[in-house]
Write a protein that binds this ligand. Structure first.
Ligand SMILES: Cc1ncc(COP(=O)(O)O)c(C=O)c1O
Length: 448
């Protein structure tokens, strides 16, 4: 006989997994052994059959305030009942302005205007377009080159994959944007293995920008875009002094510097933005994910006053920037964003992340010496663990670890190739940090 709870479980398991083509997923393997969650609260997901799964990755680096927090849920519910949508072009609603002010107040220096998008990918493409348009308006239309970095991830738009440096994200998609160069990636295992926080070695890699300038001339280069911590390729922290050096070289040649803070924004490295951690002020910051703690899609770009002002010319009835999205500053996202920022402030979650850092580093490094562990690196509340690849199947050990974590250890974490990536919600407790790394240790042994 079917009990009440098993009847509920049956209702929440879809009867056909086939039609959904899942993003960045091994579809066939998933559909053979699905990893489905139906509910979440704070640090945990719940499955249809009642398992409680510890969230070691803040969803996809986004649920920084934890899951289904009451104030965020209420704000979204209220907003849905009050104003579902307002045209984003030529009209708006008050919460869009309120959220822009709140984000601008969190951003460093004179980054004080916010352009809203709906994802990190859109935020990146927006920032690149602002850079190109700015130089056009400024009478320097020859500045069209964009500089990214090897192993960088800037989402999946054509702009983002062009400046991005992940081979698989690029090689299937043709010629991409013309006029893009890449800085070398900042990771070197020989020099940096088992670093606590920012590696000592590697600031000089920023000097490669001088080489690119010498090759193309500064008059052709619009912007450089980098992540202060590259999350998607396995937690690569900026070496000490690297970002400062990049800023200096950009200043020397009049090149705009964009920090892609889609992951590092909203507390992941212990500050509202990583720019603050490093004391470096970029010209633009892209954000997404944590702005609503993952609850409603939203992204955007914070720009310096001078950039915004440069656009504000010509007849006042004329549109100044031919760019935007139907759902820019969507009312539900703005309501969620405001409630999320309130929570961050009330619970002092950015400072909390900062205080937990050393505990997090100690717990992570306790895994040193386990089978196949080649490197463990941490910065803020993130951790990347490189495992040796199986000789015949690169990525298999990482994949097995991720699936075993879910099915056998009741934990969600990311794997990128054979690198495990961890980034819990910022409400994680010290006991849960031990629990996370205890589970990871068991998984690493299981996939040995
Ligand atoms: C640094 C960075 N930029 C952009 C993106 C893309 O964001 P989205 O998936 O919301 O388009 C990501 C996603 O992880 C990211 O880490």
């Amino acid at each position: 006989m079917m009990t009440n709870s098993s009847a509920a479980a049956v209702q929440t398991i879809p009867n056909d997994l086939e039609p959904y083509w899942m993003p960045f997923t091994a579809n066939r393997a998933f559909k053979k052994a699905p990893r489905l969650v139906t509910r979440a609260k704070d640090m945990h997901y719940f499955t249809a059959d009642g398992r409680k799964v510890l969230d070691g990755s803040a969803g996809l680096w986004c649920t920084n305030a934890g899951h289904n927090r009451d104030p965020i849920v209420k704000a979204i519910q209220q907003q849905a009942a009050e104003l579902d949508y307002a045209s984003a072009f030529q009209f708006s609603h008050p919460k869009a302005f309120e959220l822009a002010s709140r984000i601008a107040a969190l951003a460093p220096g004179d980054l004080d205007h916010v352009f809203f998008a709906n994802s990190g990918s859109e935020a990146v493409d927006t920032a690149l377009k602002v850079a190109l348009a700015y130089f056009n308006i400024h009478g320097q239309g020859s500045r069209t080159r964009l500089i990214g970095r090897e192993r960088g991830y800037h989402g999946v738009g054509f702009g983002g994959i062009s400046v991005g440096g992940i081979v698989s994200n690029r090689k299937f998609f043709g010629a991409l944007l013309a006029g893009v160069d890449h800085l070398p990636n900042t990771y070197n295992r020989e020099q940096q293995a088992f670093s606590r926080g920012e590696p000592e070695w590697g600031a000089h890699l920023a000097d490669d920008l001088e080489r690119i300038v010498a090759l193309h001339d500064a008059s052709t280069i619009a912007a450089v875009i980098v992540e202060p911590m590259a999350g998607s390729t396995g937690v690569l922290a900026s070496p000490k002094g690297y970002l400062k050096r990049l800023r200096e070289i950009c200043d020397k040649y009049g090149i705009l510097l964009i920090f892609d803070e889609v992951i590092t924004g909203f507390g992941r490295l212990g500050y509202a933005f990583a720019a603050e951690r490093y004391g470096v002020i970029p010209d633009m910051i892209t954000f997404a994910k944590g702005v609503t703690s993952g609850s409603v899609p939203m992204g955007g770009v914070v720009v310096r006053k001078g950039l915004y002002d440069a656009f504000m010319q010509g007849p006042e009835h004329a549109i100044e920037f031919f760019h935007g999205y139907t759902y820019s500053a969507h009312p539900l996202a703005c309501a969620a964003g405001l409630a999320t920022l309130d929570l961050y402030r009330e619970e002092d979650l950015f400072a909390r992340a900062r205080k937990l850092e050393s505990k997090w580093y100690d717990a992570a490094l306790s895994l040193k010496g386990l089978p196949n562990v080649l490197d463990i690196r941490m910065v803020g509340l993130t951790c990347g663990i490189d495992l040796a690849s199986r000789p015949d199947a690169v990525g298999r050990r990482g994949f097995d670890a991720m699936t075993r974590a879910f099915h056998e250890q009741d934990m969600m974490m990311r794997s990128v190739g054979d690198t495990l990536a961890l980034s819990p919600p910022l409400i994680v407790t010290e006991a849960q940090i031990d629990e996370i790394f205890g589970k990871v240790a068991a998984i690493i042994r299981a996939v040995a």
